[in-house]
Design a protein around this ligand. Sequence first.
Ligand SMILES: [Ca+2]
Length: 261
Amino acid sequence: MDRMWAAAAVGAGAVVSCAGAFEASIRVVAQRASRVYVAPGEVFYVEALLTYPHLVGGWHQFAGVQGSIVIDGDAGSPSNFRCFFSSSVLIRWGEFVGGSRVGLDYELTPAFFQGGFIPPQIPNVNGLLGGYDLKIDEPGEYGIRWEPGPTYTSVRLFPSVQSPYWVDAKTEYFGTTVIVTPCRPDLTTTAIPGQAGYGEPDGVLNNDDFAYYLAQFAAGNVLVGDQTHAAIPDQPGYGMPDGVLTNDDFFFYLAIFAAGC
Ligand SMILES: [Ca+2]
């Protein structure tokens, strides 16, 4: 066994001194993004992606994962569940509860260790834990996140499929936000901060919405101001927030405001 593994194993909470080697993340995205706007009933694609350092030389050949893709209020109706890894004795896919996928369970039975991912042979690769199409009819803002399972509160890394040793990786979780709206430029009820309905859409598009956007944009509020990646329709990323606030966002909002609902 590799010396780093000898120092770090086994499932006993041993101190890990090799920074980075035992870190992992699980990221849930919608339409590949951490924030997305959709119309009521519009189908969008949800994925949960696993990342961990797949180091050349025999470490981390296997990752154990357990958990669920959970949506606020279990909203929506899903279809077309798929997984990069084919279904096998290693993988139990769980069930849908509304739009949530509950019990997405990658667990080997009946061997002496549990776990379930053999990554492609590429360093630091993203592995698709699971993905599916989802549609939500009710307007609102919905968080979608990974919820670790009862047994594995983090990603477990194994040096090989057969190994009885493992390390609980330091695992980061990232979620996504889906904004379901029948009228995207409708952002607020009033333009006056502190009044009821400030920052809450009311189904009416008027100058208050424009004033509200302008104020949020000027204040550098990325969560409202960031609306698009590209400036030109038909360019990749048009209408897709990218986490960066630029003048393109302002001109995009201007365009959708002028187009009306
Ligand atoms: Ca409004």
